[in-house]
Design a protein around this ligand. Sequence first.
Ligand code: ADP
Ligand code: ADP
Length: 230
Amino acid sequence: KNLISIRDLHLYYGKVEALKGVTMDFRKNEITAVIGPSGCGKSTLLKTINRLNDLVPDVTVTGTVKLNGKDIYAPSMNAVDLRKEVGMLFQQPNPFPFSIYDNVTYGLRISGEKDKAVLDEAVERSLQQAAIWDELKDRLHDNALSVSGGQQQRICIARVLATQPKVILMDEPTSALDPISSDKIERTMLKLKEDYTIVIVTRNMQQASRLSDRTAFFLGGKLIEYGKTK
Ligand code: ADP
Ligand code: ADP
């Protein structure tokens, strides 16, 4: 089943056409790897699926992106709510400069959740899913910036998982990490695939073939090759 359907998507930054008619489908329990040279539109594609591009002035989007059959650019769709369903992870781990607990519960708290039992449960569940509960359970009130880069990226994964998204977008999530942290995060991703739809931008072809079910190759804003990963 297609959770995300993209049809004839074009995106312009002013007059620069960064995506030139992209049609793709992302299914549940699949990892799609998006690859291609620098500047080909990979990050732009991700930011069009969670509407982070709304924050950039002078962006024009045509075509459709549907999440569970609903047009994410419809006037009735709220971008903040959308981002709870479509989580995103960045290349540089970017925890907020406050406690691990407050990082993981951030999305729930901005939605108004105040019940400590609910927040506690979300922290344990999310850190478990991010495979870092055992390491951090006694440090939940330490500043998230006080742990290693690999641990920070896992805190960011837990922060995304806490709002129970359907889709996780990852923009080169391991390229700033050491090989051991990177390998651990790859194993976590394969586990997360059992419950989520994952799209990963990577410049590492071996990583794409290790992780992905489908590979999409972009060049100059166009999807030039798309199919099952061999
Ligand atoms: P990739 O992630 O594959 O490196 P990007 O999606 O970042 O590529 O960029 C695609 C194209 O869009 C590039 O030509 C880039 O210069 C341009 N671009 C990206 N972000 C902006 C922006 N905020 N304003 C103007 N042009 C942009
Ligand atoms: P890349 O190296 O592919 O460009 P980055 O990790 O630098 O990816 O992030 C891409 C862009 O998104 C940057 O402009 C960054 O400032 C912005 N960004 C990073 N984290 C967040 C966030 N949590 N919310 C909104 N924008 C973010």
